[in-house]
Ligand binder design. Sequence first.
Ligand code: SF4
Length: 461
Amino acid sequence: MAVSGKQHFERFHKVKQFDVTGKKLLIPDMSPFASRLLAASFRAVGVNALIMETYKGLALGKEFTSGKECFPCQVTLGDILYYLRGEKERLGASFSPDNYVYFLPEADGPCRFGMYNKMQRLVLDRFEEFRDVPITYVSTRNSYSAVDIMPPEAASIFRRLTYLVIIIADVFDRIVWRVRPYELRPGLTDSFMEKALGAVVAEVEQNGASLEFQRLFAIVEDAASTAKTFIDSRQPRRPLIGIIGEIYVRTHPESNQNIVRVLEGFGAEVVVASVAEWINYITYDIAREQKRHLKLALLKLDFASLRGNLKDLISTQIEKYYQMWRQSQVYRRALKHLDIHKDHGIADLEKRLNRNRLFSFDIGTESALSIGAALEQLHAGYNGVVNIFPFTCMPSAVCTAVLKPLLNKMRMPYIDAPYDGAIQPNREIALRTFVYQAKQHLDSRTSGNGNGKATKCHIKQ
Ligand code: SF4
């Protein structure tokens, strides 16, 4: 029976926020450390969350999309279909859709990410047995607050705990990227960090809800100091590559065909833009918007709105400074033992964009972050930049248009790496050549002949 447009919109109401306490929450995989720690945070506050097996259902994701959707939408759709089909096969007649809740966050604004969960609702509805699997979400609209999907007290704990574990996940990633290219024995770093992740997961599940973080800090310190002993100090430092781009594909190794390991295999040291970058940006951007409203209310002498605007801004600024404080607290613990690469502040990215006037936070989207991050990397002495994105991603196309000529002028090796699940036969040779250029960039800097230096031009540093 044909489904009318009105019925479609009615189904969208089934993408909703409700209390998920005690439910089996299905989370699509993204960044390996961050996803597992996010699920542990949910479990700490009584939500039975799990990370679904990933990428095995890509064929399903492609089968039930038209090909015009963003690649992360196809991957996550494949993950949920693959998981639910597996459960249906395993449980047979006792499969009950009410036992599951599919969790797919969304973003406000011009990007298609805000529509993934609605579109996936329509696909799940095509299967009689999956029609009643609810989809829930958190949104950038209120800075990913969980207040609409769990009781307020649990939401407040979850928020602080999740932010901390995301930073720990970023630091763990940075430990791996700093040590693995120089490790004494292949596999040493990965197997040790997997155990360290297990220790963090156990601690978060058992004691995370108390918001006592001393034991977590101790695990971070231990991970950094032990991992440092894996470095073969006789190995020369490699060219440093910064990865920027769309957050899902750049942090999901299956979607980006393990580009970090590929680059390491060609002789690079790699740092990927952090997961916290996006969360910090959301808070930062909300504060920007609130400042704008405050200014407008002042100009109009609208004192009724002024008080509310001021209250909102103060609360967001507190959140922003809390995030900065927590982030530096965790990084400091690791930096005591190992020189991992620090993360950049969002305000620094905005300053870089404003200085160069090539892009603006007013335009928003991930382009602002990626362009700003590439400029930061240039300034911090990186030897090359890779822009990873889903094929046809809108903000990434903007980012490419700005960065390619700019970094070319600055003699900074740069490469675009679009992904859509297909194997590109020439990608390997392109990446190998790129790492060779980055090595030349490093050599020219260390030999001081200036060829690879960020030479003087109209781009301000
Ligand atoms: S950022 Fe790119 S991949 Fe993500 S929703 Fe927007 S267009 Fe799609």
